[in-house]
Design a protein around this ligand. Sequence first.
Ligand code: BTN
Length: 351
Amino acid sequence: MAGRKTADGKIADRRTSEHFNRGSVRKADILAWLKERGDYVSGQEICEHFGVSRTAVWKAIGQLRAQGCRIDAVPNRGYLLLDTLEAYGADGLKSLIHTKWAGQRLCYFDTLGSTNIQAKVEAENGAFHGTLVVADMQTAGRGRRGRGWVSPAKTNLYFTIMLRPDFAPEKASMLTLVMAHATARAIRAQTGLDCGIKWPNDIVVNGKKICGILTEMSVERGYIHYVVIGVGVNVREQEFPSEIADKAACLDAECGAKVSRSALLADIMSAFEEDYESFLAVGNLSRLKESYDRMLVNRDRQVCVLDPKGEFRGTARGITDTGELLVEKEDGESVQVYAGEVSVRGIYGYI
Ligand code: BTN
């Protein structure tokens, strides 16, 4: 279908969402079924199973292939799903996201300025809690502290989940830690890598950053209108800009195998839904703290706290129930460091 306008007023290359697919066979369902069957399935069987015409099946298979799914077709045998590793698109993602609400409404774009900006547009247009905006490429990716986020095509994960929480705005900063925890869990599960979290929300492998998170919110008269949590994960090997080349890494190189972007994103959605519900049940991070601290790479290391009110050094000990970093100063005093204006560095480098 023709694209709709995005945040910058341009027409997106391609946009797909549940909403616009009504009435036709969901390619995501065909994909999931082919995967489940794990063998050749005849076109006729697919038609009967989904109650659609031969042409509809043929068209759906063609579109899935265009999204990168490798589907073999043999006369008199039918279709076999070979793999979906390189596939990255709305249907592949939908076939893998098995959550109750996180990512159940998906807005996928080949190209966007920024998924965070688009998620805000979706929110302003009344999108549901849990709406997920994904782009294969961003032309104006945003990082923290006004920096950019280089976002080439066919390489990484760039996505934003939009939430409509019913709690005080002061609690929203904890959501970044919830997302960091969930993303780190999913990366560990998908790759077997021993990744960690650099407080509050960078994810690192072997001392290098592989993921950044940018949370933004809209507050109205003291209550949260919506929150958007944007995540960028470096997946494929790539040339990083010179200013970050010595501290950035990607998953493929670190684990020595190709990681499926779709499977990783689907796992992040499941982990986030679970962690968000743990957070919501008590209104703080107490249920996630132990596991977060186990992944905290700064733990028991000397850190330099870059506070605009004055820099100081100490040893990081873990997080509080509300997400501050506990730092034991050289004189023995224990300080709670709030994220926001403050950043924390290792005394000899990034960690
Ligand atoms: C950081 O500076 O560490 C945060 C980077 C966050 C980048 C992601 S990519 C998807 C989402 N859209 C954006 O424009 N930024 C975030």
